[in-house]
Design a protein around this ligand. Structure first.
Ligand code: WT7
Length: 654
């Protein structure tokens, strides 16, 4: 960025400007049209009226989904457990696929797939429907039944949504594991949910190389006795190790299956999927989502926040292995009948302008990505987006971490050409869909996710459960929402403790937020010991457990440091076992070890060897103190520690 431009950005920031969407744009939005139809004059009135949850979500359900049997009640709230659309018979696969193939949408493109080498394949709703049916029939033939778990370990191929939908169709529960996670992480998750079948691919392309996912899946399955079969989608056709007893090629088992498969009629509150996410203790939490409410919540938020219409080309540039992709690449866009992009590869490969030329080529109209990605592109330089024609874009989005105003302005200026409002969406794996986010009619303040969406009640509480303004506090959700998690897999106690024990009948998000005098939320980050690296959640204790599982490590303390690109970087302080010599090679070995235990994203950026880590008398590692010391902030009172001298040791780490 030139100095002149930097100045330009700081002027915009200093002005503390509120970005008002143009009247012309507001008039055409889905939300404004809906308001006109219901005689609602402005956003404030909409937010207020929509607090009648039964009315609001009942209306949304009417407009968005088709039940096999209608519900008896919109909402049954028995805190902390909820039933949405109780009594309805439903299957999300019906709304995602079955309903479209009766209409003209049958021949509409559902997915535009672009492989990293540049191969493009378009999938119509009709083609997707047939492939899903065939795989669903194949799963049935392997004995997969309603309620069984299927572990899916696939990268950004259309076969991933196909696998998810095939499970949903027959009432099986999918558990997708991000393809960047290690074999150990996959195996742990397969074992936790006792998956009967697993699905993977031979290879995928990443930065010009072929990554063998099959090999990693094999390593996982060796330690996952519940898995009876491994289905392998053939992406490259290169040779892979083969286990005659368990392995099945996707194309072979689906080839002779019927092209129709009856969709299982589920209870609207039956489980659709489990998705594991990090918490403050070592073991990831199995977040559960159900069919009915999740369908209404995801589809509604996508239709209003990103204002999707029939001819949009939607690109949510997240990975389907995280909740963002589950909700906004798979379920919501398909329910709405949208055309979406699925891109296999790395963002700036082989040229820095890869993304921007894809936007030009496929005429993408709405782009949704993370602040980390925006900052990476910002660092590469605006000459790359400037090489491409981005005129097709009309709206932009951001998710995963707070977006710093500099990145917001850059995104607005160079990608949105100062024409596209930016939707900064706050939500979590647990929430299933956006909860705090602008609508395209909302005046924007760079860095704020603005206000709770219609039908959502959020607040910032102090420790006494009193709403506070203009001070950091606990972000809480006061009423249930349709995509709300349905507890943690086989762990109701942890569910109640983590989310519902601090304030009665109130959902604790685990984030620190401020609410300003206009009621705008400024989410600052996690309140607990969870890191946010490049928009991905990683528990400090998860990395510590991985380090301690190495035979040379006695103890470890992991903290996050502010990082220019990734938001946070991982620093580990490691106590070695007696007699083990510290060395740079050992640091490398430990880094790789964490990569093998969790995945590359969890590898510490820095490792320091210390004699001891600061702890309380009860043995709890004092990460807050370690972090303060490591980044040169005030440490505060350390007299109550069991080993206050260890604090000094942090700055002497080698
Ligand atoms: C955590 C949830 C939701 C999909 C991606 C991450 C942080 C998320 C924002 C935002 C500030 C955000 C929060 C939240 N976060 N979106 N727009 N502004 N922070 O899902 O892995 O479940 O992480 O990500 O800290 O609690 P996740």
């Amino acid at each position: 960025m030139s100095n002149e431009e930097k100045k330009d950005i700081s002027v915009l920031l200093e002005e503390n400007r509120v970005f008002k969407p143009p009247e012309e744009l507001i008039k055409q939005t889905n939300v404004k049209k809906w308001m006109d139809k219901h005689g609602i004059k402005d956003l404030d009135e909409l937010l207020e009226k929509s607090q009648d949850l039964e009315w609001f979500w009942g209306e949304m359900a009417k407009e968005l989904v088709e039940w096999y049997k209608p519900y008896d009640k919109v909402l049954e709230w028995d805190p902390p457990y909820v039933k949405w659309f109780a009594g309805a018979e439903y299957n999300i696969a019906h709304d995602a696929l079955d309903k479209h193939v009766r209409t003209e949408r049958k021949d509409k493109v559902a997915y535009i797939f672009e492989g990293e080498p540049g191969d493009v394949k378009k999938w119509t709703y009709g083609e997707l429907y047939t492939e899903v049916n065939k795989l669903a029939n194949a799963l049935k033939s392997l004995g997969v039944k309603k309620g069984d778990r299927v572990g899916i370990y696939l990268p950004m191929h259309v076969e991933l949504p196909i696998a998810m939908l095939a499970c949903a169709k027959i009432g099986a529960i999918h558990s997708v594991v991000f393809s960047g996670f290690s074999a150990t992480a996959f195996s742990d998750r397969l074992n936790d949910c006792k998956a009967k079948v697993a699905i993977t691919c031979d290879f995928f392309y990443r930065r010009g190389k072929k990554v063998s996912l099959k090999k990693q899946a094999d390593d996982a399955i060796k330690n996952s006795p519940s898995v009876e079969h491994l289905i392998v989608y053939k992406r490259t056709g290169d040779e892979v190790p083969w286990n005659e007893e368990k392995d099945l090629w996707w194309d072979e088992i689906t080839k002779n299956q019927p092209a129709e498969c009856e969709t299982e009629k589920m209870d609207a509150n039956d489980l659709l999927y489990i998705l594991y996410t990090s918490g403050t203790t070592g073991k990831p939490k199995g977040i559960q989502h159900a069919h009915g409410g999740y369908a209404v919540g995801t589809a509604q938020t996508l239709r209003w926040v990103f204002d999707l219409k029939e001819d949009d080309i939607w690109w949510c540039a997240a990975d389907i292995g995280w909740v963002t992709g589950h909700s906004y690449i798979v379920y919501a866009p398909l329910i709405l009948g949208t055309t979406s992009i699925i891109y296999e590869g790395a963002p700036a490969f082989p040229e820095p302008e890869r993304w921007w030329s894809m936007i030009e080529k496929h005429k993408v109209t709405v782009l949704y990505t993370s602040p980390t990605a925006i900052r990476a592109h910002m660092k590469l330089g605006e000459e790359y987006p400037q090489k491409c024609n981005l005129d097709s874009l009309r709206l932009l989005g951001s998710v995963g971490e707070p977006i710093n105003p500099e990145a917001w302005i850059w995104y607005h200026k160079y990608i949105g050409k100062e024409q596209c409002p930016i939707m900064d969406t706050w939500w979590q794996t647990e929430t299933g869909h956006f909860l705090i986010s602008p609508l395209p009619i909302t005046p924007l303040k760079p860095g704020s996710a603005t206000k709770p969406l219609p039908g959502i009640a959020a607040e910032v509480y102090n420790e006494e459960a009193e709403p506070i303004t203009n001070a950091g506090g606990n972000l809480v959700i006061l009423k249930p929402w349709p995509g709300m998690l349905r507890g943690l897999y086989k762990d109701p106690e942890r569910y109640e403790n983590v989310y519902w024990s601090k304030f009665p009948n109130t959902y604790l998000a685990g984030d620190v937020s401020r609410k300003d005098e206009d009621g705008y939320f400024w989410v600052q980050g996690r309140a607990d010991d969870v890191l946010n690296v490049a928009g991905h959640r990683i528990g400090n204790s998860e990395v510590e457990s991985a380090l301690v599982s190495h035979p040379k490590v006695a103890e470890a303390a992991v903290i996050g440091k502010p990082h220019e690109l990734k938001g946070e970087s991982i620093t580990a302080f490691v106590v070695l076992k007696k007699g083990v010599e510290p060395s740079d090679d050992l640091k490398k070995e430990l880094r790789e070890h964490v990569g093998k235990e969790i995945g590359k994203i969890a590898r510490p950026d820095e490792i320091g060897f210390v004699n001891d880590v600061p702890k309380t008398r009860s043995g709890k590692i004092m990460r807050r103190i370690i972090r303060a010391k490591a980044i040169g902030e005030k440490v505060g009172d350390i007299s109550t520690l069991a080993n206050p001298e260890a604090v000094e040791g942090i700055s002497e780490a080698k």
